[in-house]
Design a protein around this ligand. Structure first.
Ligand SMILES: [Zn+2]
Length: 77
């Protein structure tokens, strides 16, 4: 899938890079900030944030008490 791409842009120098992995993009942003003092922004596809939120709602720690029963993802038995 190519939907999980992260776009990093910097208005200060016209930078525009696309990354396949969130971690790589995050490291690049940090590096660019450190090296240039610019403030690049990164754009996450809406899918990624949705998945992240879903992970939170599902109770990733695995304990039943952590599960948000109000979440549409909750499957009560
Ligand atoms: Zn820059």
């Amino acid at each position: 899938m190519s939907d999980d791409r992260v776009t990093v842009t910097c208005d200060d120098c016209g930078l525009a890079e696309t990354f396949d992995a969130l971690g790589v993009a995050r490291a690049f942003v940090e590096e660019h900030r450190t090296e240039t003092g610019h403030d690049p922004t990164w754009e996450l596809p809406s899918l990624a944030s949705g998945v992240e939120r879903a992970g939170d709602e599902a109770g990733v720690c695995g304990r039943p008490g952590c599960t948000d029963t109000g979440s549409p993802l909750y499957q009560g038995e």
